[in-house]
Design a protein around this ligand. Sequence first.
Ligand code: GDP
Length: 431
Amino acid sequence: MVKAVVGANWGDEGKGKITDMLAQDADIIVRFQGGANAGHTIKNKYGKFALHTLPSGVFYDHTTSIIGNGVALNIPILFNEIKDITGKGVPMPKIMISDRAQIVMPYHILFDQLEEKRLGKAAFGSTKSGIAPFYSDKYAKIGFQVNELYDEESLKQKIKRVLETKNIILEHLYHEKPIDENELFNTLMEYRTMVDPYVADVASFLDKALKEGKTVLLEGQLGTLKDTDHGIYPMVTSSNTLAAYGAVGAGIPPYEIKQIITVCKAYSSAVGGGAFVSEILDKEEANRLRTIGGDGGEFGATTGRPRRVGWFDCVASRYGCRLQGTTDVAFTVIDVLKEYDELPVCVGYEIDGKVTTDFPVTHLLEKAKPVYETLPGWKTDITGIRKYEDLPENCRKYIEFVEEKIGYPITMISNGPSRDDIIYRESKLKK
Ligand code: GDP
């Protein structure tokens, strides 16, 4: 059976931790979209790791970690990640890379940097990992699948063809030096050596595994609000972050996905630009939450940038859970709210004088003002608690209030960064 672990919000909800936890009982973990532009932070007996490309199952020896065809594969980053974890004592994981995964080319990263610079104030706040140029090329059919590295003659010709247009843009739009085709070919040959031990027909492997009754976890990157189609376009990522895309990006039938665990953080955080209705705009107040937030604070795992933070947003999260097709909500990072006397929760958006609980399209979202209800805090450290009944009453009330507003069952509550910081809960919303 297949379970998906995906995000309800803007990313950084704690999917890495939830995947790592569920991986204890899984056989295969698959990354199905996105690239090295975001990171999962995982804390375990080997140390603290920021994974950008490897799935969060690499710390177990019973799992196979897969990079699916939907991923933007940055080969040197993957290679260095493998070196980093094995260098810190983690046993060499079983890794498979889809022979249909496409490669992030050095010029994708270069174009991402140059374009953000050109846009100046109108920049997207990209992590400059080449993701947008990568997916553009993929759909323009000038991307490179991993298997193409093995057909040297065709590869040389394709490089030549692709560079003709890339170099015109480089020279005439960005006033940069053109790329040399031989150099690029040599780089790709180095990439081939790096990935060679792992390249496989992943879709066929998964088909067999599912027929044998294996448990597969699909690990999403970012969250619904960054989905290319359903997110806050254009301040989105360039791939679909929805569980539905897991079927495409891994190469499995959609009906195999039986459980969709949508990870939802107990307050809001976002990186990059775009509308963020429940953002805490007061600098000091924001810094307070940012500093206590997450594990070691709300700073990007890839970039180190401070994340924008805000109060929990029921409108965005309900929408986020709906588009994912949520069967279970994992409600995370609730332990960090311990310091607050009161907690505002955004329950509606006021747009042109009218209050709505439906998440709107971007141009209306930009006008939305938050409508808050304030709940009492619990002022108690809840780390270490393992039973729902043992949580302070106001904490339970907060969870139940959120559950009612979002309309999806909160069956897991994460109260710390480690694997065992988890509380399972029966929800009356769960059929
Ligand atoms: P992802 O991008 O959704 O995978 O998010 P991460 O896995 O990077 O999680 C964001 C941060 O929150 C990481 O530093 C995690 O260690 C941390 N984290 C995850 N769950 C919890 C939790 O329940 N409590 C605390 N305090 N930190 C958590």
